[in-house]
Design a protein around this ligand. Structure first.
Ligand SMILES: [Fe+2]
Length: 330
């Protein structure tokens, strides 16, 4: 910083002279900003987007030949939003990735402050995630949580490759800065628990249980989320999850919200229209509906979609809004 004393500043003869003096001491005139700092409603910075499981699976199969879990730690493919100057987040606060582990592999245990969850796409019995020392089975359609600072590694004792989708709040943690990461202590390169994988854990929502809950849920095929149940309340401090059951050829009501939403297809085929762009999807595909982008879904047949949302962040901070509804009072 330059040394400029109070009298020098007070005696600036012109605005240009004042700007020149204060620039050197880290101060800018609020009335002459190059870009506004406030605007009437959310900028649509992130783009509507669609990723195809079939393509990701091809790329993961190549990666299975070309890189192992000892080198990669995680063999995953990041779904980065095509917005300008973005190379990581799927939406502003969340990132999604496809991941695969080969038969016999162990993706070593670690822990980190970002919250994470997985939606299993294809696996055979014997595939598991070890969370804080307990092996949890990974079966197709299951949703498995690894909250902030829980240790987790992935193992595959089955004869088949296992594929899943990861969702994490890493972009939010990067923005807020409380990032911590460490490998598990005494990591030996293999899982420590010899017990068979279980689904008796608060960290897993099995598809079988979720289907039973959906059968008992109030029917709401034309609501913004179709007939749906929430997984957890919320599932993670920063991420809410709901499983949505869509009825064939019945469009859901449009949703326009400050929350960022990512949708992953668990079953069926259909299309999601995000801010006028229509994306036809199949099982395993991912759709990004960033904040303030109106969107709705229409299934071709009975479909299940997992909604992954930063709504808990927006609610806790008082920033949650849905167009057509009154904002929260504070
Ligand atoms: Fe991790």
């Amino acid at each position: 910083m330059q040394q400029v004393d109070r009298d020098q500043l007070a005696q600036a003869a012109t605005l240009e002279e004042l700007y020149g003096l204060i620039e050197g001491i880290g101060i800018a005139p609020g009335w002459a900003k190059p870009t506004p700092s406030l605007w009437p409603e959310p900028h649509k910075t992130f783009a509507p987007a669609h990723w195809r499981y079939e393509q990701a699976r091809g790329a993961l199969d190549a990666a299975g030949r070309l890189i192992n879990t000892a080198l990669a730690e995680r063999r995953n493919l990041i779904l980065f939003n095509p917005a300008a100057e973005n190379s990581y987040g799927t939406v502003r606060t969340l990132v999604a990735a496809y991941q695969m582990i080969m038969p016999g592999e162990w993706a070593r245990a670690h822990r980190h402050t970002p919250n994470a969850l997985r939606l299993i796409l294809d696996s055979e019995p014997g595939t598991y995630t070890e969370v804080d020392g307990v092996k949890i089975a990974m079966e197709p359609g299951d949703v498995l949580l690894t909250p902030n600072w829980s240790s987790h590694g992935h193992g595959n004792d089955s004869p088949a490759r296992a594929y899943w989708l990861d969702f994490l709040d890493v972009p939010l943690v990067q923005l807020l800065e409380p990032m911590f990461f460490e490998p598990a202590e005494n990591e030996s390169g293999e899982a420590k628990d010899d017990a068979p994988p279980t689904t008796d854990s608060p960290f897993v929502f099995t598809l079988a249980d979720t289907r039973k809950r959906l059968d008992a849920a109030p029917s709401d095929p034309t609501g913004p989320f179709g007939t749906h149940v929430e997984l957890g309340n919320p599932a993670l401090a920063t991420i809410a999850l709901s499983m949505m059951r869509l009825s064939a050829r019945t469009p859901t009501a449009p949703l326009k919200t400050t929350a960022n939403n990512i949708y992953a297809v668990v079953q069926g085929a259909g299309a999601t229209t995000v801010d006028g762009e229509r994306f036809a999807w199949q099982r395993g595909d991912v759709i990004a509906a960033p904040a303030w982008r109106p969107h709705f879904h229409e299934a071709a047949d009975d479909a299940l979609i997992l909604r992954v949302s930063d709504e808990p962040v927006m609610r806790k901070l008082g920033f949650y809004r849905v167009e057509g509804q009154e904002p929260q009072a504070h």
